[in-house]
Design a protein around this ligand. Structure first.
Ligand code: KIV
Length: 277
């Protein structure tokens, strides 16, 4: 049985911190799931760390569904959350409902995430009314980087901070089960966390959130083009992979890989028949 929305909400009530990670493929999702991470986000960060785009903006519904299906196949206990890509919930309520539904019906996800507060609250309410759990995402919402002028800390002036708080309240009222707070001051994240009854999941929002989310490639050190200040590298996979690949190439060139151990054989009598042909 997978983790439910109610269990996630209860974690906040019990003061139990929530760890959430992204995953984009079957094998990684399996490891994350087996480690007991309760929330796995198939983030549209996929666009940057897997597909090599400069932002999350080019990511499509088809990209997201393809990777969501793989993550769902690799997991048993975690709630898999599909991240709604740019312009798949902005144009109309109908679009928002259809695309949220596709994540659940075709992708096999248990919830969706979308960016925005007050401006998407009605859509959140209608998606939730269809029986689809929604996670909100406010603060630095990467789909709006052109509006923000880059990946910049949000909520730094009293007006901007009040707006982020207002967004959080709107999402709670709309029925979101949790809210990602991205790249906002720690003090603001603390106020929001105290004000709303649903869990806040921070990324670059300090230590006072109910939980934390990270892009898995950032904590594993496998995407090093841009390492955000809020990320801690628990491993440096680029170095490990580069070393392994270089060693492999040297062994192939030197003829020391493969060895007999990695080969297959057939019965000698069959081989004799072959030679007579
Ligand atoms: O796409 C993503 O990975 C995200 C997280 C950073 C929250 O939205």
């Amino acid at each position: 049985m997978r983790i439910t929305v109610n269990q996630i909400k209860e974690m906040k009530q019990k003061g139990e911190r929530i760890a959430m990670l992204t995953a984009y493929d079957y094998s990684t999702a399996r490891i994350v799931d087996e480690a007991g991470i309760p929330l796995i986000l198939v983030g549209d960060s996929l666009g940057m760390v897997v597909l090599g785009y400069e932002s999350t903006i080019p990511v499509t519904m088809e990209d997201m569904l393809h990777h969501t299906k793989a993550v769902v196949r690799g997991t048993k206990q975690a709630m898999v959350i599909g991240d709604m890509p740019f312009m798949t919930y902005h144009i109309s309520l109908e679009d928002a409902l259809r695309n949220a539904g596709r994540f659940i019906q075709e992708g096999g996800a248990q919830a969706v995430k979308l960016e925005g507060g007050v401006t998407v609250a009605e859509k959140v309410m209608r998606i939730v009314a269809c029986g689809i759990p929604v996670m909100g995402h406010i603060g630095l919402t990467p789909q709006s980087i052109h509006q923000f002028g880059g990946f910049k800390v949000q909520g730094k002036t009293p007006e901007a901070a009040a707006k982020v708080l207002e967004d959080a309240i709107a999402l709670e009222e709309a029925g979101a089960f949790a809210i990602v707070l991205e790249t906002i001051p720690t003090q603001l994240a603390r106020i929001i966390t105290e004000k709303v009854s649903i869990p806040t999941i921070g990324i670059g929002a300090g230590i006072r959130c109910d939980g934390q989310v990270q892009v898995i490639n950032d904590i594993l050190g496998s995407y090093t083009e841009f390492v955000p200040k809020h990320a801690k590298q628990y491993a440096k996979l680029t170095d490990i992979i580069a070393k392994a690949v270089t060693e492999y190439q040297s062994e192939v060139k030197a003829g020391t890989f493969p060895t007999e151990k990695q080969g297959y054989s057939i019965d000698e009598s069959l081989l004799a028949e072959l030679k007579t042909k």
